[in-house]
Design a protein around this ligand. Structure first.
Ligand SMILES: C[S@@+](CC[C@H](N)C(=O)[O-])C[C@H]1O[C@@H](n2cnc3c(N)ncnc32)[C@H](O)[C@@H]1O
Length: 460
């Protein structure tokens, strides 16, 4: 058996790590120590890096990394934290829905592979592995783990993916059962500042009241304070949501990393909780510090981003939301916007040949301009503005439609839509062959140029 490593006894953790991710955390001494000495990494200001370090610090603070503890991780995949924890514990069980046909790359094994071999294969060189166990396990049903057997457990970015409220409660009550009386569960998940819980099955994002209620209903105590504040500095400005723009996915890679992100106008980040089994009928809960101030700062800076982005006319990617096969074909032909010699007919995604991503404009007067050229098309084309609530997956409603009749000649058209954006909603532009025309089998769309642009003037 390899030697159990000792943590530096000088690590002095005085900060509260039951909190939201904030850029200033990277400068705190214990964070720097763990990142540099245990993880041997550089500061990335990425919320996933924060989650792993915050969990590790909380486990030190709770005295669980002294070489004598038995621990487990749920929805562990092949996360690096497993291998950082192993040298400091007696034994450790990594669990996930490990399978060869899961949609999660994190837990996808080779056919006939066992979870332990999968984790060994993915281990960094020189990892301690003799105290590692691995098992396929649904985190809603921990029946294969004995009651009162764990000194600690943790999960990172997993809970929000397991279903709905009844699934979260199942998981948390199971955690309560398997933990020893003085055991702890350190859990990270996704946190919303200015928005109520987004209940997408398999992809929740939580507000603080929802989380508080979950812990109480599951009989778990928390630490007394939850810190949701952040310093008003540039690294805490939500990273601008540029996905709808042409090249949006690449532009996001170029934008500076930020501790806080913006998706469809909704800012979010990671948060970490330290939970323990309660013996009382009402578990002890937490006080929230700093949320109002951080929510206000983040909202203001997010609206500023939106205002700056759309104060000049921006090119929206007309193919963003089309299905993958169509996108692949069209991405290939992205130059056709300027290269009018491309005469390949466009593959359709059902009736749609244009479908931008949903754009968040805040509150403003929006001007959309669509320019396109169609070669010898006979029939009707519908142009639509659709709206939905941010991160709502299925529900979209039509706001405006314009019908353009093409007579069979080569035709250049400019379509304008002007509307006042609702700051609670996001908008997309769709171009489609009229559904009636689609019934004819020989539809081919010789679209030789297409651009969709957006401009927004804020209203105060
Ligand atoms: C976002 S990944 C995070 C993986 C890992 N914790 C990390 O941080 O790299 C979510 C993980 O949850 C796992 N998962 C989803 N539903 C689960 C369930 N019901 N029980 C156990 N694991 C589940 C997935 O297989 C996936 O590996």
């Amino acid at each position: 058996m390899s030697e159990i490593k000792q943590l530096d006894s000088n690590i002095n953790i005085t900060n509260n790590w039951q909190k939201t991710c904030a850029a200033e955390d990277w400068s705190k001494p214990e964070f720097k120590y763990v990142l540099e000495n245990i993880f041997t990494g550089n500061a990335s200001y990425h919320r996933k890096q924060w989650e792993f370090v915050a969990i590790f610090i909380n486990l030190i603070q709770q005295g669980k990394l002294d070489g004598n503890s038995v621990g487990a991780s749920f929805g562990a995949g092949k996360e690096p934290l497993i291998y950082h924890v192993l040298p400091y514990v007696k034994s450790f069980l990594a669990t996930d829905l490990y399978s060869w046909n899961t949609g999660w790359d994190t837990a996808k094994m080779n056919p006939n592979e066992q979870p332990i071999d999968f984790l060994k294969r993915n281990a960094p060189k020189n990892s301690r592995l003799d105290n590692l166990k691995a098992q396929e396990m649904d985190m809603r049903d921990l029946s294969e783990i004995e009651s009162n057997s764990l000194d600690f457990c943790y999960s990172s970015c997993a809970v929000e993916h397991i279903g709905h409220k009844e699934d979260f409660i199942k998981h948390l009550t199971e955690v309560k059962r398997v933990l020893k009386k003085d055991g702890v569960y350190v859990m990270t998940t996704e946190f919303l500042y200015n928005h109520s819980t987004i209940p997408n099955k398999g992809n929740y994002k939580f507000d603080i009241d929802y989380l508080k209620q979950l812990f109480i209903e599951s009989g778990l105590n928390t630490q007394p304070i939850f810190d949701a504040g952040c310093e008003e500095n540039r690294l805490n400005v939500p990273r601008a949501f540029v996905r709808p723009l042409v090249g949006g996915k690449n532009m996001e890679k170029l934008l500076a990393s930020a501790a806080i992100l913006d998706i469809e106008g909704v800012p979010y980040t990671s948060c970490c909780f330290v939970l323990s089994p309660s013996e009382e009928s009402t578990p002890s809960s937490f006080q929230v510090n700093g949320l109002e101030q951080s929510a206000e700062f983040i909202k203001k800076r997010l609206l500023n981003n939106v205002k700056n982005l759309y104060s000049s006319r921006r090119n929206l990617d007309p193919f963003y939301s089309l299905n993958k096969n169509t996108r692949l074909y069209l991405d290939d032909h992205i130059t056709f916007r300027t290269n009018e010699s491309n005469k390949n007919p466009i593959k359709l995604d059902r009736a749609n040949f244009c479908f931008t991503d949903f754009v968040y404009f805040g509150a403003g007067n929006v001007s959309i301009s669509i320019n396109y050229k169609l070669e010898k098309h006979k029939g009707r084309i519908n142009w639509k503005v659709v709206e939905k609530y941010p991160m709502e997956i299925k529900q979209k409603t039509e706001l405006f439609t314009k019908f353009i009749k093409h007579s069979g000649k080569t035709d250049c058209q400019t379509i304008q839509f002007n509307f006042k954006a609702d700051p609670e909603k996001v908008y997309a532009i769709i171009g489609q062959i009229a559904p009636k025309e689609m019934r004819k089998n020989d539809i081919k769309l010789n679209l030789t140029s297409l651009s969709v642009t957006a401009l927004m003037k804020p209203v105060d």
